[in-house]
Design a protein. Structure first.
Length: 354
């Protein structure tokens, strides 16, 4: 018996020495408690995320409804600055200044996203020399969107505006950036109706590449559409008064322009126009491939010093009276920022058309 008890004691001692010294045996109840704590944390995290999500939806919905109500109120406060034309059952806002007995009628084609408010100071100064008109393209201010828009629609729209305006002409087209493409394509298709063509910082193919400023502009205006739709743009205006070209509009018209910006259609039509730039360039190239254009008017291009002026060689194909001038070390917004200097260049060009 003594021998057996001694063997049992030795085996127990071997088991104790072979077991890891630092191993802690966790009871099953404690394991269940830890698992339960982890599940509780995940549940609380999910609840928090749901709360944030529904809170964001609620804020956006409140912003959307508030913006809608404010737009309804503002609609009774702001009226068209120009006269309203009826073209194909749709309204077009046209603004003309100056004597009706002028030798020429200037028609300003705006940059993408701009309204005639942007060039109103320039137009007012030009009106002391000659009749000056500007209109808002579809989706601008009090000109409603035209639905499906393409380059041909815009060109036809310009032609209808000129014929329905009551202005006798002859017309001198002044195009700025995107407007320069529209003015050029129109002059190529309707040369007898155009007395002169003046292009301010005209766009070229390199402006329309994926990594260009235009591409960045497209992304910024997609954001602007969301901000306008949710009413967030109203809050941003309180923080920055120079957003999206507000500072390029004369002070007396800025509240009217903000009313326009608070409508999502404004941002959407900017995007549509810039996407049409390639189509307009293709129309210009197609006319170039077809040969000469009879009675093509004199052309002058005013470029910032760093601009490429890629459209020059195309225009020189049609007119030996194509002149290129540099404006100086400025960006493409010089018609808004330096209207007096721009006016002087335009008046000088008009003098050559006498």
């Amino acid at each position: 018996v003594s021998t057996q008890s001694t063997g049992v004691a030795m085996r127990r001692k071997q088991k104790q020495t072979s077991a890891p010294k630092n191993k802690t045996v966790v009871p099953k109840a404690q394991k269940r408690k830890k698992s339960s704590n982890l599940g509780s944390k995940l549940t609380r995290l999910w609840s928090s995320l749901q709360l944030v999500f529904y809170g964001l939806i609620f804020v956006l919905l409140i912003g959307f409804l508030t913006n809608k109500l404010l737009l309804l109120r503002e609609a009774s406060l702001y009226k068209p600055l120009g006269k309203i034309l009826e073209i194909d059952g749709k309204q077009v806002e046209l603004w003309c200044l100056g004597p009706t007995t002028s030798n020429h009628v200037i028609v300003i084609e705006q940059a993408a996203g701009a309204t005639f408010l942007h060039t109103s100071e320039l137009a007012t100064q030009l009106s002391s020399h000659t009749r000056t008109c500007s209109y808002n393209r579809p989706g601008r201010m009090f000109t409603p969107p035209a639905g499906q828009t393409n380059a041909s629609v815009l060109l036809s729209h310009l032609d209808r505006v000129l014929s329905s305006s009551g202005e006798k002409g002859p017309f001198v087209l002044v195009g700025h950036q995107f407007g320069s493409l529209l003015a050029t394509a129109y002059a190529l298709q309707n040369a007898p109706k155009v007395k002169g063509l003046l292009l301010l910082d005209p766009l070229g193919p390199s402006n329309l590449t994926s990594d260009s400023v235009v591409s960045q502009f497209l992304h910024s205006n997609n954001l602007m559409e969301i901000l306008s739709l949710t009413g967030a743009f109203r809050l941003l205006q309180l923080w920055r008064s120079d957003l999206f070209g507000i500072n390029h509009v004369p002070p007396e018209y800025r509240e009217l322009y903000k009313y326009y910006l608070n409508q999502p259609t404004g941002a959407r039509s900017k995007i549509e126009e810039l996407e049409l730039s390639q189509s307009l360039i293709q129309i210009i190239k197609n006319v170039t491939d077809q040969g000469e254009v009879e009675n093509f008017p004199p052309v002058e291009l005013i470029l910032p010093s760093l601009a490429k002026g890629e459209i020059v060689h195309i225009l020189r194909h049609f007119s030996d009276q194509t002149i290129v001038k540099t404006f100086g070390d400025v960006d493409g917004n010089f018609p808004y920022e330096k209207p007096k200097e721009t006016e002087a260049l335009i008046v000088e060009f008009l003098g050559k058309l006498q």
